[in-house]
Design a protein around this ligand. Structure first.
Ligand code: NI
Ligand code: MN
Length: 222
């Protein structure tokens, strides 16, 4: 399947069954690697939490393509008010027409930007497609990541920007817990406060983890 790192935490997955977006923060991200108009037809949008740099263009894209949003219950109730399709989950797993999704824990808050209204927990997702993908969302290092080693994860998308999430050193530790075949770092160098020095990136590359550094807009086959 084809994976595109749009930038920040935004990922596009295109496989033979569906086109899936995760955390589509695109129009407000000046460093996004693709324009919103260049997206293919989108079937599903997974949203890890309500912060603007994750919910991003979710509502507009869902309306345009009649896509189904997959997110935690309380955020789903808010989004359903926009007359879009929502599939609510709450740390369970569900089999969709494209494959199974498991919602997993993340240590981070989740509130609507306008009013600081809390809308459920922040989450991560495991997607069981032809390969297994873990998108951590925004999270600090958590012991729950040990449980992911039994999922045989092919690709782990881990935040490394620090301050709001894990930094590189915690991401290296997380990667060792998760035992993914490949790790792609996300959620860094998008805006001030989450800038990662080259020296830190090099530490990640030298850690023994199979890390792939992707630039916004880069596409790769998994
Ligand atoms: Ni956040
Ligand atoms: Mn974030």
């Amino acid at each position: 399947m084809k994976i595109t790192y749009i930038g920040h935490s935004a990922i596009l997955i295109e496989n033979h069954k569906a086109n899936i977006l995760i955390d589509p923060y695109i129009t407000k991200n000046i460093n996004a690697g693709i324009k919103i108009g260049d997206l293919p037809n989108i079937d599903y949008i997974l949203v890890t939490h309500a912060h603007d740099d994750h919910i991003g263009d979710t509502i507009d894209i869902a309306q345009k393509y009649n896509a189904t949003i997959i997110c935690i219950s309380e955020l789903g109730s808010y989004l359903a008010g926009y007359n879009i399709r929502v599939h609510r989950m709450n740390f369970g797993s569900h089999t969709f027409d494209f494959g199974r999704v498991k919602m997993v824990t993340a240590a981070h808050s989740s509130c609507l930007p306008q009013k600081e209204i809390n809308v459920g927990d922040s989450v991560g997702f495991v997607l069981y497609l032809d390969k297994t993908i873990y998108h951590a969302g925004d999270t600090g290092l958590i012991a729950d990541m040990q449980l992911l080693s039994r999922e045989n994860i092919d690709l782990a998308l881990l935040p490394i920007g620090g301050n709001f999430t894990m930094d590189v050193d915690d991401a290296v530790y997380a990667a060792k817990l998760i035992e993914a075949k490949v790790v792609v770092p996300i959620h860094y160098n998008t805006f001030p406060g989450i800038v990662v020095e080259d020296a830190s990136i090099n530490r990640f590359l030298d850690s023994g983890i199979n890390v792939l550094i992707k630039k916004p807009g880069d596409t790769f086959i998994l």
